[in-house]
Design a protein around this ligand. Structure first.
Ligand SMILES: NC(=O)c1ccc[n+]([C@@H]2O[C@H](COP(=O)([O-])OP(=O)(O)OC[C@H]3O[C@@H](n4cnc5c(N)ncnc54)[C@H](O)[C@@H]3O)[C@@H](O)[C@H]2O)c1
Length: 328
């Protein structure tokens, strides 16, 4: 297969590309290498992907919201069979600071990629990243894709929900098979500097306090990167059956399905580093949710999704990468 990955220099996109090369698949990558977080980390991931991919990798440094440049890729992407749209302005907290970045990439950029997608003659599947944040303050656990999601509590979540609605429209209008994946807190080697594992590790090593929101009273379905990537590939390998009169769109949770407390997560980081953290207990942040928990029964059934990595195995792997990458 030939897969167009947007956000190819990102955490999930770069790891997915590496896995696809192992199978002999080709990848076209798009990323604008923006400076939301350390650009050098994005460049380093991209270099790994280039090295591993060789001739099987093509890269375009472009903004997905730049419609003229993206639609101009139609000819060179005519053999693309799958799209994984991962490029997004991520992060719940930053959406309170820079809302327009979310509209540009997650709305305009998303529609632009969908417009490119519908022009590609060999496209079998358009897959895109949604998020557990669409569940807002849902208190019923585990979160099921059948649960109501019309009350997002951050602009980030609202744009991700909007992606799901737009996918339905494209599936309906153009019979374009669309699959949305609601990812649950992804962590692991080459992870994002704005996320908990990285932030906590950095501060603990520096002997600085770590911000512990909602006074530590948080639970998350932490999902290891390799499990996420296996889930995405499972989706590629299991196309939906197209039925007359049925809109070809589907939605799944991709999470570990074992919710852990934030304090246990921090405990694993402390253990792997052999150093205690200094806790700075803080109130709940606006836009954040106290707990996430994924119901993955349908994901297991339809894709054989079987996350296996607990935080007790995954956190030491992250710390090992962090130390090597930063020369700690
Ligand atoms: N990591 C998680 O825990 C998590 C959880 C839920 C959903 N998601 C979603 O999964 C996707 C990938 O997340 P990630 O953790 O790999 O994030 P990431 O920020 O590491 O990767 C996204 C990549 O997209 C690129 N990008 C952003 N805006 C762009 C634009 N306008 N044009 C081109 N490239 C652009 C960035 O430079 C970055 O390299 C995102 O859509 C995110 O919302 C992630």
């Amino acid at each position: 297969m030939k897969v167009l990955i947007t956000g190819a220099a990102g955490f999930i996109g770069s790891t997915l590309a590496l896995k696809l090369f192992e199978r002999g698949d080709e990848v076209v990558g798009i990323d604008n290498l923006n400076d939301y977080y350390d650009v050098n980390l994005k460049k380093a991931r991209l270099e790994r992907v280039r090295q591993a991919g060789g001739k099987a990798f093509t890269f375009h440094q472009l903004n997905i919201a730049d419609k003229d440049s993206i639609l101009a890729l139609e000819e060179s992407c005519k053999d693309v069979t799958h799209i994984m749209n991962l490029a997004a302005q991520a992060g719940v907290r930053y959406s309170l600071i820079n809302p327009f970045a979310y509209v540009e990439t997650n709305v305009m950029g998303y529609v632009t990629i969908a417009e490119l997608a519908r022009r590609l003659p060999k496209l079998e599947q358009f897959v895109y990243a949604s998020s557990s944040s669409v569940y807002g303050g849902n208190t019923k656990t585990p979160f099921s894709v059948e649960d109501p999601v019309e009350k997002p509590v951050s602009l980030y979540a609202a744009t991700k929900r909007e992606n799901e609605l737009i996918a339905h429209t494209y599936a309906h209008l153009y019979k374009m098979p669309c699959t949305g994946l609601r990812f649950f807190t992804v962590y692991g080697p080459w992870g994002r500097p704005d996320m908990a594992a990285y932030l906590f590790t950095k501060n603990i090593i520096a002997g600085e306090p770590i911000p512990v929101f909602n006074h530590g009273n948080m639970r998350r379905d932490f999902t290891y990167i390799d499990d996420i990537v296996a889930g995405v590939i499972g989706v590629f390998d299991n196309p939906m059956t197209l039925e007359e009169g049925k809109v070809p769109t589907r939605l799944y949770n991709i999470g570990n399905s074992h919710t852990e407390t934030l304090m246990d997560y921090i405990g694993e980081i402390e253990k792997a580093l052999g150093k205690k953290a200094i806790y700075d207990f803080l109130p709940m942040q606006a836009g954040d949710v106290p707990a996430t928990s994924a119901d993955i029964e349908a994901t297991k059934r339809d894709f054989g999704f079987a996350p296996t990595t607990t935080i007790r195995e995954g956190i030491p792997k992250f710390i090992e990468w962090y130390k090597t990458y930063h020369g700690v």
